[in-house]
Write a protein that binds this ligand. Sequence first.
Ligand code: FAD
Ligand code: EPU
Length: 339
Amino acid sequence: MLNVQEQVSLKPYNTLALPSLAEYFCRVNSDEGLSEALAWAGNHRYPVTLLGGGSNVVLAGNLSGLVVQMAIPGVELISEKHHLRRIRVGAGENWHQLVVHALNQGWFGLENLSLIPGLVGAAPVQNIGAYGVELSERFHSLEAVHLNTGERHVMSRSDCKFAYRDSFFKGQGRDQFAITAITLELSSKPDLHIEYPALQQAIDALPEAELTPKRVSDIVCDIRRGKLPDPDVIPNAGSFFKNPIVSSEVAAKLKHHYPKLVSYSLDENRVKLAAGWLIDQAGWKGFERDGVGVYNQQSLVLINMGGSCDALMSLVVDIQSSVMSKFGITLDIEPRVYR
Ligand code: FAD
Ligand code: EPU
């Protein structure tokens, strides 16, 4: 039964805790509930904005129309073949709880993606990634509903056009589809990925211990707790900027001037730079102004201590221009900004 509320504060629904009001708001727990909500908005000609856990959005003002929180539950093992475990998960499941559940069931492959906030339905939107693994590597397909036509679609990995912090849903498909479920391909046989420098260092520092997927998950959680602020304590949206990808020539010139530049070679022609290092070197770490600031353990994370969206976006512009003038590098914003 559709329960649409009016003038709902979205402060508890975004991890930056920015003040914002939804003109109309509802939660949907099923495919039928979603159809009802879309029909209601269609009849009133209201725009629809989808929300998961609100951990990758910047709410710059009030949202007109209907805000739908995607809460469709369910985790189901749909096939087992040799080591392969294919699971279908509802968009409303909590991502980290899914990772823990999968580990407990002996379905491996998500351990590096432990402790990423938010819900499953948003994971394909920016192709979540951490500690050397991206969602796209564990992804089989997803189910989505077109917001205007109500048509149901099944999309494969190639349909989703995954790239670093990017997908079809940030490009051509932006604001067009509600993802209702995703299907992942996991394995009953551990295949550990521990090449990411911070993970490798933490593992090297351990006494001879048997490495298991659960252990990797625990280590990833420890590393994350050490450098990322808990949004319940210090509101934030994780990395505020993407790590810029530049040509090998640009990276080589920068490295010449800044030998300590942190960079990762992607292929022969492209290098990814650590935006946190660039922001840190530009002198922003720990900076605070008008109730917003740059986290003192990780410069890529902007924090809100009671400031406004305007204060945050003004800080963003200043950081972008100082990194541009010092390094000649453009920093693109990672979370979705709703203005
Ligand atoms: P929301 O913020 O609610 O939504 C994000 C976007 O997705 C919005 O545009 C929304 O409209 C859209 N959307 C949400 N649900 C759906 C749906 N069902 N169908 C269609 N569109 C939808 N990200 C990483 O990749 N790696 C990290 O390591 C990482 N660490 C983080 C650490 C912290 C402390 C925080 C606060 C964030 C971090 N993030 C990270 C970012 C964030 O957790 C992820 O992007 C996450 O997938 C967002 O999920 P959400 O449910 O909160 O999405
Ligand atoms: N660094 C600094 N100073 C800083 C921050 C970082 O010098 O203030 C250096 C670190 O020392 C390290 C390098 O930059 O050498 C990379 O730092 P880190 O390992 O913390 O990772 P990151 O590149 O800053 C990315 C993701 C995170 C993800 C981690 C782990 C992006 C935009 N961010 O951060 O994702 O958890 O790697 O894989 O790609 C997110 O997307 O919200 C997010 C948190």
